[in-house]
Unconditional design. Structure first.
Length: 178
């Protein structure tokens, strides 16, 4: 009697390389965000620097709330929300996902943690530090690398979902009649 190896069952667990990729992206976003905020504080705290007149200005600001001036002085709430979001995303990374989702999740975690660093290090109380924003374009709130990372990641996830939905609606060759 010969031993027959059971068929390999495909796991839904994420490969280690994908989890590592997400955390490398997270670390890169946090590092760039922290470095650019330090640079902005040293370079533009005294006066803004116009890069492209009427289009792009680097202006150092301290934001006690969230984007679009919402939730002013709600730093502790926003800090706890960032920690919870990172926890949920970390748990979601345990499942197999397309590479674009892995990268986008890393970008969101990096953005959340980048702003959390400010809330921890730039205040006197529990998570009450102000977030440094420094990129200003017309008709839009001043933002930073962390904010940009989150926004780009959400766009990537939406485009990926739209493409998946579109491909699911297309009939496959197997469905075509002869």
């Amino acid at each position: 009697m010969r031993y027959v190896r059971p068929a390999r069952v495909e796991t839904r667990r994420a490969p280690t390389s994908h989890i590592l990729l997400a955390y490398v992206v997270t670390g890169m976003v946090v590092a760039v965000d922290v470095a650019t905020k330090s640079w902005a504080e040293a370079s533009f705290a005294a006066s803004p620097k116009t890069i492209i007149p009427g289009v792009l200005t680097f202006r150092f600001t301290e934001n006690p709330g969230a984007a679009f001036s919402m939730f002013q002085n709600a730093g502790p709430f926003l800090g706890v929300a960032a920690v919870i979001a990172v926890g949920f995303i970390s748990a979601a990374l345990a499942r197999r996902r397309p590479t674009h989702e892995v990268i986008a999740f890393g970008m969101i975690m990096g953005g959340a943690l980048g702003n959390l660093v400010d809330r921890i290090t730039r205040g006197e109380g529990f998570l009450d530090g102000h977030v440094i924003d420094w990129v200003q374009v017309p008709n839009f709130p001043t933002f930073n690398v962390a904010d940009s990372s989150i926004s780009v990641a959400v766009a990537v996830l939406l485009i990926g979902a739209w493409r998946s939905a579109a491909s699911a609606r297309e009939p496959s060759n197997d469905d075509a009649s002869v």
